[in-house]
Write a new protein. Structure first.
Length: 210
């Protein structure tokens, strides 16, 4: 890992839990979808399990675990309906300050497990829609994080080597994806207390001072 941020050529950001406080909406939407389609109500442990994964991975696990008949397309459709009704954009304090501080001297990209329609809605609401030269969503890859495909695709789009970029993530799954692609990564402290051994963790307030 380089010593100073300005030694990198690009920053790659996660979205949910990193730039915007949206994970709670995704979890509520997923829980709503499962209950609407099957009548099953997620336990608190299963909600936490969802935070560390995504709908595509958790849906078949729940189906097998509880004998539910769930179709992923239907789950995603119901989840999307919930988000359309309830989601409100909340940018983490100082995240936008950090981005605007660096935007003139640093290339920027986004790599997120969320679907494209939600990502566009969130970026428009956050007034960040025009800042990223590469945006990779769940619709653009075969495998989501913790698989490295999302970061490998972003590196190809930017035509950069892994050590040319700094990745900003908030979850162990995101960190694993960045590391598997060979990218240096820092974790954003967003109040959940999640950490990965050996990975530095900062708030956006701390990072904007760099």
């Amino acid at each position: 890992m380089k010593t100073y941020l300005d030694e990198y050529k690009a920053f790659i950001f996660d979205l949910d839990g990193t730039l915007i406080n949206s994970e709670k909406y995704h979890a509520d939407g997923f829980a709503y979808a499962i209950e609407t389609l099957s009548g099953y109500r997620l336990t608190p442990d299963e909600r936490r399990e969802f935070f560390e994964s995504h709908s595509g991975a958790i849906t078949p696990l729940l189906s097998a675990r509880h004998g539910l008949k769930l179709n992923l397309a239907d789950v995603l459709d119901q989840k999307r309906r919930y988000l359309d009704r309830h989601f409100q954009v909340e940018v983490f304090s100082d995240a936008d300050v950090f981005i605007h501080k660096w935007r003139k001297q640093m290339r920027m990209a986004l790599a997120t497990n969320s679907q494209r329609l939600f990502v566009k809605q969130a970026l428009v609401g956050a007034k960040l829609i025009d800042l990223f030269e590469s945006v990779i969503t769940a619709d653009d890859v075969t495998h989501r994080k913790p698989d490295p495909e999302m970061y490998e695709t972003t590196l190809k789009n930017l035509k950069l080597a892994p050590d040319d970029v700094m990745v900003f993530e908030d979850s162990p799954a995101g960190v694993a994806a960045a590391q598997a692609a060979g990218c240096p990564v820092v974790m954003i402290e967003n109040g959940t207390g999640r950490s990965v051994e050996g990975v530095p963790r900062y708030t956006w307030k701390e990072l904007k001072q760099f």
